[in-house]
Design a protein around this ligand. Structure first.
Ligand code: NDP
Length: 419
């Protein structure tokens, strides 16, 4: 019995809205509020005849705290689900605090303008202190801990698949299978084919920033940074097959390194085909991935934003993507004094997702956990004052919900390990 405000109406939001509408017992009312209200209205028109959930829509600029606070105060939701962009995380958290509602998102804060001198000073200090140079990190949102605690509100960070489900897999492994976890390898495999020479499966700007950055991993209490795409491994994924995968920096490593006692190494690998990497390198070499505005015929243009305009909209990939994703975590550690290895993963079929919610599996595997995380908070199962990632709660109800809402998982003992 709850009311949820969903901010953003892109690929991930569309799946989250579909899933809330399938779950009307929990989500009696939702508001879809985004920059382009016509997209919210179109989604409402499509779903309203199929659901008991009462849907309303609104136009909002989530960069504007006052405007957003007023909208939250007038709609009075129990919680706000942020599936806009990581650029809006802090303004939406501020608005939630001002309006007194819980906050949920799927990706940690990232500055839109990485040339902003104030942001840059904090970033450069953090790079030196922690030893990784990715533009995104948890420090900005963890700084809200006291504010949420004092307000008696929950901020649940990163409830997508990775981060999100992967960290719930870690909490589940720790609760049920290990006395001590020593290593975690998070493996994100997309075996899907959309038939385009080059496209990204979620917001191109966020995606390309992430994968073109230097890789890094956590080992023996510190970060080790490596040049982008310089560590490659092969893995034979269940229901997908043999794929090349590359070590990336990824945000859940930061939270897990802090929250999992005794962990010695955490790495994140993502699969890429050669064509994707060649295109990306070429775009990077000619400056198209830059976030710094350039003057073009008297107009300021941000190259990566212009590139986004040219690339296929991730939301349009659904009907043409075939194949499966396989995302999960491989653990090594100790149980009852003996060495143990374990793999927990989910396989998701692009075409099955499309049949169900008219989206490809990347939006699906993010939008479903966004709905589940929201359900955990509004139902009170995951509610405590402060700012938390998904590894900091009881994993069992979330794991059950994954099975029920379309992302069933597999536990495999003695898996093949990554070198
Ligand atoms: P899209 O670009 O498809 O959608 C973003 C939406 O946010 C658009 O509807 C956009 O509006 C809206 N928006 C952007 N800026 C504002 C603003 N200032 N005010 C209001 N609305 C705004 O992105 P995706 O759906 O692909 O991704 C959504 C989020 O999910 C991102 O944060 C991404 O990082 C995260 N993600 C997380 C994953 C995980 O596993 N944890 C995996 C994949 C994505 P408009 O329609 O006008 O452009």
């Amino acid at each position: 019995m709850s009311r949820l405000m969903i901010i953003g109406c892109g690929g991930v939001a569309s799946v989250a809205v579909h899933k809330c509408c399938q779950n009307s017992e929990v989500f009696e009312e939702i508001m879809i509020a985004s920059r382009t209200v016509s997209k919210c209205d179109a989604l409402k028109e499509k779903l309203a005849p199929t659901t008991k959930t009462k849907i309303t829509t609104a136009q909002v600029d989530a960069d504007n705290v006052e405007e957003l606070t007023a909208l939250i105060k007038s709609y009075k939701p129990d919680a706000v689900l942020n599936v806009a962009l990581p650029y809006q995380d802090l303004t939406i958290m501020d608005a939630c605090l001002a309006a007194g509602v819980h906050y949920i998102d799927t990706a940690n804060y990232e500055a839109e303008n990485t040339e902003d001198p104030q942001w840059r000073a904090v970033y450069e200090e953090r790079c030196k202190r922690l030893g990784f140079t990715a533009y995104f990190d948890y420090s900005w949102q963890w700084a809200y801990q006291k504010k949420f605690e004092k307000a008696g509100l929950t901020a649940l960070l990163g409830t997508g698949f990775d981060p999100g489900v992967t960290s719930v897999f870690v909490a589940y492994a720790q609760k049920h299978y290990f006395d001590e976890i020593h290593t975690i390898d998070i493996l994100d495999c997309n075996g899907g084919d959309h038939g385009y020479p080059f496209a990204t499966n979620f917001n191109p700007e966020i995606n390309l920033r992430e994968v073109s950055a230097p890789g890094s991993y956590w080992e023996n209490g510190k970060w080790v940074e490596i040049p982008a795409m310089s560590i490659k491994r092969e893995y034979n994924f269940a229901e997908v097959g043999q794929k090349d995968m590359y070590l990336l920096h990824h945000e859940e490593i930061e939270a897990l390194a802090k929250n999992i006692p005794g962990v010695k190494r955490i790495r994140f690998f993502m699969t890429f085909g050669q064509s994707y990497l060649t295109h990306m390198k070429c775009l990077e070499n000619v400056g198209m991935l830059s976030t710094v505005p350039v003057d073009f015929n008297g107009q300021q243009i941000v190259p990566i934003q212009f590139l986004r305009r040219l690339l296929p909209d991730p939301a349009s990939l659904g009907p043409r993507t075939v194949g499966k994703t396989n995302i999960g975590c491989i653990f090594t550690g100790i149980k009852d004094g003996k060495e143990k290895t374990l793999y927990i993963y989910n396989v998701c079929d692009h075409q099955e997702c499309y049949k169900e919610v008219e989206s490809q599996a990347i939006s699906y595997t993010t939008g479903v956990p966004a709905m589940i995380g929201s359900m955990m908070v509004v139902s009170g199962l995951w509610k405590k004052p402060g700012v938390f990632t998904t590894d900091e709660f009881d994993p069992d109800p979330y794991m059950e919900a994954l099975n029920r809402w379309g992302l069933p998982w597999v536990v495999e003992e003695n898996p093949v390990l990554v070198d």
